[in-house]
Design a protein around this ligand. Structure first.
Ligand code: DIR
Ligand code: MN
Ligand code: MN
Ligand code: MN
Length: 312
């Protein structure tokens, strides 16, 4: 199997410095070598760069010019990775980068289902957001049902809100803004919060989510993993931690189960901020990220298989 890595050193979707250094920090922890032991053909496509668009400001939406131009390039890059026959692994960077990855995935593969693993719903528009941060808005930008809630967004003409909200499932929610809750209820969005994980366990939650958004086991799957879905005890180095989150064990199991579908096409791992916490905090957070990525790309806790031909 073949994987393409894309780094997105982007931090303009939120206000804390440091998250742009996520990609270099994760790479420096030997990401590529830790994927090669899974016998993957790994190609690192490097970081996505962009020139800032000088566009008019949109009310309560910070740095739209940066978002628009970076995510346009990222969308093109994802399409290239998929055309090269590789699974796409995108490391961030803040969560606004999923605007680019999911746009590119949908343009290339059409029938896409998204598992959004996050403490937050990232479902605000510029009218409902209390922060003006675009990393709290990607799901609302990507989905067709929410398109009418937006004003015209200069620079975003390339972006097509063609994903149906019926093809999105949340796992790990525990910090939802008022209007986000309203939208989740209005559209009956598939959402499993921490209390559902308590009640059903992570294994059943993953399969209930997949049954809802991909009932014929036919779609190209995209996991958008915000590291703040994890409990801050296990992933402290992130901008908006919320206590009472997923254990690393639960996150690994989630990824193992999705990986076993053999339809996992794209993974985003976002919001690792190496400038938050001490050295040990950063190390723990980055290691957690790498374990999650390995599980997504086929690592099994049952052990690796002996390569074919070696046993006889
Ligand atoms: C909040 C926080 N709902 C916002 N969102 C975060 O700014 O819209 N998402 N942190 O990851
Ligand atoms: Mn989050
Ligand atoms: Mn997020
Ligand atoms: Mn966040």
């Amino acid at each position: 199997r073949k994987v393409g890595i894309i780094g997105v050193p982007f931090d303009k979707g939120q206000k804390k410095e440091g998250v742009a250094r996520g990609p270099e920090t994760i790479r420096a922890a030997n990401l590529v070598d830790k994927l090669k032991i899974l016998e993957l053909d790994v190609r690192d496509y490097g970081d996505v760069h962009y020139n800032v668009n000088d566009i008019n400001d949109v009310k309560n939406m910070s740095h739209l010019g940066h978002v628009a131009s970076c995510m346009n390039n990222l969308s093109e890059q994802i399409q290239q990775v998929l055309r090269d026959g590789r699974q796409a692994l995108t490391i961030g960077g803040d969560h606004s980068l999923s605007i680019g990855t999911i746009d590119g995935h949908v343009k290339e593969r059409q029938d896409v289902a998204v598992i959004w693993v996050d403490a937050h719903a990232d479902l605000n528009t510029n009218k409902t957001s209390e922060s003006g941060n675009v990393h709290g808005m990607p799901v609302a930008l990507l989905t067709s049902e929410l398109a009418d809630y937006w004003p015209y967004l200069p620079g975003m003409d390339w972006q097509m809100p063609i994903l149906s909200i019926r093809n999105v499932a949340y796992i790990g929610l525990r910090s939802i803004d008022r209007y986000e809750r309203l939208i989740i209820e209005k559209f009956g969005i598939t959402a499993y919060g921490m209390e559902d994980i308590e009640r059903y366990g992570i294994h059943d939650v993953v399969h209930m989510a997949l049954n809802k958004i991909d009932s014929h086991n036919s779609k190209s799957l995209h996991v958008s993993f915000d590291i703040d879905a994890l409990d801050p005890l296990e992933a402290p180095s992130t901008g908006t931690p919320v206590r009472g989150g997923l254990s690393l064990r639960e996150a690994i199991h989630l990824m193992e189960e999705i990986s076993r579908t053999h339809r996992l096409t794209a993974i985003d791992l976002v919001e690792v901020n190496p400038q938050i916490g001490n050295k040990q905090d950063v190390k723990m957070t980055v290691q957690a990220a790498i374990h999650i990525i390995q599980a997504a790309l086929g690592y099994s806790r049952r052990g690796l298989r002996v390569p074919e031909g070696v046993t006889d």
